[in-house]
Design a protein. Structure first.
Length: 76
């Protein structure tokens, strides 16, 4: 691992301290986890996979409006 420094606001620092205390984990471990989640969300393949998982999610819904007229109204 490499050591790095970050600047946190007082509120961020305090919230992180409380969360670390509650969870029994270190602040560093929580920050590493947050960075890992952020980096995974930024991966092109990861984003595409999430979009594919959601494909057709509402395909069986019959209570949705007709989007064509609404979209044309917003495009003007």
């Amino acid at each position: 691992m490499r050591r790095t420094q970050i600047y946190l606001s007082e509120q961020e620092h305090e919230s992180l301290r409380v969360l670390a205390q509650r969870s029994g984990r270190t602040q560093s471990a929580l920050i590493r986890e947050a960075v890992d989640v952020f980096l995974q969300r930024q991966e092109v393949g990861g984003r595409l996979a999430r979009l594919r998982e959601g494909r057709g999610l509402w395909s069986q819904r019959n209570d949705l409006p007709d989007w064509g007229p609404l979209r044309r109204e917003l495009d003007c």
